[in-house]
Design a protein around this ligand. Structure first.
Ligand code: ADE
Length: 306
């Protein structure tokens, strides 16, 4: 997978002066991005599983400094909003030039719709659709993702409108709060996406057993639910014992216990998720309904409360 990130803070991603980009007239993106291993353990792209995947070449990260496409001496990227109001809006001409160059770097001039695999442009914004495990799994199947990090009051809306004529574009929010810019949101999304790529997680089964059951395929046993409690050695710690069922060696019983715990935790802290799973005809079995009823959350049949 190739990942391009356009930002005014390449340092945030550990790219610093190594960020790619070229000013107008110099032919757009100036060549391959800083090799991922050059992130050298720095920033969210350089550490942990993502850092290793980048170093192996499984993910080709390219970080671009938006200011390289600003034409004035101060490298201005923002201006006051039409219609008045507080804050500044990012300029369409600067973003347009940046996206033209980054998209053209796919090797196809002009309209990318004709190019086979234009990839997908993802614009983090609090006004976007909610990011989710399902979206992470969908993005993990793309061969190229381009992230456009806004700052201030956002990017002039014509940039997304124009980009939509050329490639799929998603405006995505990572939660109902306002960050100072899209960089942290991109780091969050990339962590969720990249761990789903083949070979990144090491143990492929763990993604399916996660909260939300987030595999790239059908989704795992925990689909739509939160993960329950986990334990490791020692068996007894500060007087607290590991639940004996986990020591039983009976995989069927253990799997059922884990699902029961998941259902209890989900009912306690995210009843909205239980309602969603319950609405799926294949979402809950008879034992699930029993556990939820015991947890004070009756679903299904004549007990349908949610
Ligand atoms: N930019 C600012 N706030 C954001 C949010 N909640 N999600 C995504 N991008 C953002």
């Amino acid at each position: 997978m190739r990942v391009d990130i356009v930002t005014i803070f390449p340092d945030y991603f550990g790219a610093g002066a190594g960020a790619t980009g070229a000013g107008p007239g110099s032919g757009g993106v100036s060549g391959p991005g800083r090799p991922s291993e050059a992130f050298g353990g720095v920033g969210p792209l350089g550490v942990s599983l993502i850092g290793k995947a980048g170093a192996r070449g499984d993910i080709d990260f390219r970080v671009h400094d938006l200011r390289k496409w600003a034409t004035d001496v101060h490298h201005t990227v923002d201006d006051t909003p039409f219609g008045g109001g507080p804050g500044m809006v990012m300029k369409p001409d600067v973003w347009g030039a940046a996206l033209d160059a980054v998209l053209a770097d796919a090797g196809t001039p002009g309209r990318l719709a004709e190019a086979g695999t234009p990839g997908r442009l993802v614009v983090p914004t609090p006004s976007g659709v909610p990011f989710s495990q399902d979206l992470a799994a969908a993005y993990a199947k793309e061969s190229r993702l381009i992230f456009a990090c806004g700052r201030y009051e956002g990017i002039d809306s014509r940039v997304v409108a124009e980009a939509r004529t050329r490639l799929p574009v998603d405006e995505v929010s990572i939660g109902d709060y306002v960050l100072a810019g899209g960089e942290v949101a991109v780091a969050v999304m990339l962590e969720a996406i990249c761990r789903l790529l083949p070979g990144v997680l090491g143990n492929e089964r763990s993604a399916a057993d996660d909260s939300f059951g987030g595999g790239v395929g059908e989704g795992g046993r925990m689909r739509g639910l939160l993960e329950g409690p986990v334990y490791t050695r020692p068996r007894s710690w500060r007087g607290i014992e590991v639940p004996s069922v986990l020591l039983s060696g009976d995989h069927g019983v253990i799997a059922r216990w884990r699902r029961d715990e998941s259902l209890r935790r989900t009912a306690a802290v995210r009843p909205d998720l239980v309602s969603r799973v319950a609405a799926d005809p294949d979402g809950l079995d008879a034992r699930d309904r029993e556990v939820l009823a015991e947890a004070g959350f009756p679903v299904g049949g004549e007990n349908m409360a949610h």
